[in-house]
Design a binder for this molecule. Structure first.
Ligand code: 4AD
Length: 430
């Protein structure tokens, strides 16, 4: 019977066939151990010379790393194996023999591995990270469907630059100028006025010259936008969403978290509600705790965020940033107009900002003023202003960076390992 490594437990003590690649091999004169992978998981195949035909043992001994095979054998329980099973091999059919696979079991430098990203994805650690990424994506669709959201697809080619012009990727749209999308938000706002609650999920582009372990040039963002909803209600939705993601990853990615040596208790602590502190409080606290030179009005860098996050065992919302630090569309606070109704969600353990969100300006005149103040063309934003002309309502939304969330849940240092093919400041290959 043909099966997969993920399903193999259902065939305990039975004879099965797997299509698999040879991740690694050890052999002596009497026994060969094959580390097999089939995309669904990893399992050890054991070939005992005395128990198989002579040619089968010779084939096993000669197998090279990453060769593709059909392998048949009996499924045996093995408590020590991560999968809980091993395969007692009886038959091997070579489909394709790989020669000189470049990623050997020895240590390789990061640049070498990044040059071979198309192959590196096959390794256990990368497999685990892609599975966690996949779980977050599927859990996102479940969460938003359960909360009455409609998935809306925002365009990638756009004519505007809502998150600021310095980080724009410029291209041509026939004769016109165009930009790669920095955010789906403005389109999600139009969607919210049509469908009430929407979320988008797609690639976003920032030509950021920052070479940090948290910045990608192309990253995937999940953005939610809700009509008739104010700032505080948006924060509640965000904390419930993030807590749900953590819970689902803990439930469904046990093998992966174990392989990554992730301290699961840290993820189990991610329970709503999350603490909230204002930007004002954060500045005052930082000034007294090692950052005396920080001035009100300055943006936080990652050392500031890490210091603030270390105070809590779960993510923390930093709310009401100075208006001057944030994009044009954020609603000023009701009691003072130098800060806006926004929040950044900072992950614990130094994983940085995961979510940025805000209540949006819904007053036509105020939005026009803000666009003008930011030197943005009212013509270009004509369609966006229409949303404030025809049945404008309070609304709010947020965007979660997928790669930073994968890095946090998986406990990895750098976002380059959290996306299949990272685009970095100095890398677009492969
Ligand atoms: O805070 P940002 O810029 O927010 C927006 O784009 C809003 N329009 C979202 C919204 O309200 N709909 O980005 C949101 C999140 C950040 O918190 C971070 O997780 C991620 O996107 N992010 C990046 N991730 C990787 N590389 C980069 N260069 C990133 N820039 C932002």
């Amino acid at each position: 019977m043909k099966t997969t490594i993920a399903q193999i437990g259902a065939s305990l003590d039975q004879e099965v066939t797997l299509g698999a690649w040879v991740a690694n091999k050890r052999s002596s004169g009497k026994i060969a151990f094959l580390q097999l992978r089939d995309g669904t998981g990893f399992i050890q195949g054991v070939v005992v010379k005395a128990e198989v035909a002579e040619d089968v043992f010779q084939i096993a001994k000669g197998l090279t790393q990453e060769s593709a095979i059909y392998v048949s054998g009996r499924v045996q329980a093995d408590e020590r194996a991560p999968s809980g099973y091993e395969l007692i091999v009886h038959k091997i059919e070579v489909i394709h023999e790989a020669t000189d696979y470049p990623i050997t079991p020895k240590e390789h430098g990061t640049e070498f591995l990044m040059d071979h990203r198309h192959l590196w994805l096959r390794s256990k650690r990368q497999h685990a990270l892609m599975k966690i990424r996949n779980e977050i994506i599927h859990a996102t669709y479940r969460f938003f469907a359960d909360h009455g959201f409609t998935k809306l697809d925002a365009p990638i080619l756009t004519s505007s630059a809502p998150e600021g012009t310095t980080e724009l990727f410029h291209t041509k749209y026939f004769e016109e100028d165009a930009y790669l999308s920095q955010t789906g938000q403005l389109y999600a706002e139009a969607g919210a006025m049509a469908l009430g609650r929407v979320f988008t999920f797609g690639p976003t582009f920032r030509a950021e010259k920052s070479k940090t372990r948290r910045h990608l040039i192309e990253f995937w963002m999940i953005e939610a936008e809700m009509a008739f909803l104010e700032h505080e209600e948006s924060l509640q939705l965000q904390e419930n969403y993030v807590a749900y993601l953590a819970d689902q990853v803990v439930r469904h990615c046990q093998t992966e978290l174990k392989l990554l040596d992730r301290d699961v208790s840290k993820l189990e602590a991610i329970r709503a509600p999350f603490p909230r502190i204002t930007y004002d409080e954060a500045v005052a606290w930082l000034q007294e705790n090692g950052f005396s030179e920080l001035q009100w009005g300055e943006d936080f860098g990652s050392p500031h965020e890490t210091a603030l996050a270390e105070r809590f065992d779960r993510p923390v919302f930093i709310t009401n940033y100075p208006r001057a630090l944030k994009p044009f569309y954020m609603q000023p606070a009701p009691d003072r107009d130098d800060v806006v109704l926004c929040a950044d969600l900072i992950a614990p353990e130094g994983y940085g900002e995961i979510i940025g969100g805000s209540e949006r300006i819904h007053d036509y005149d105020l939005l026009t003023e803000e666009l003008t103040r930011h030197n943005l063309s009212l013509d270009e934003y004509g369609w966006y202003l229409d949303l404030r002309k025809y049945g404008s309502v309070p609304h709010a939304g947020f965007g979660l960076g997928l790669e930073r969330t994968v890095a946090w849940f998986g406990g990895v240092d750098h976002v380059r390992e959290t996306i299949p093919f990272p685009r970095l400041l100095n890398r677009m290959y492969p």
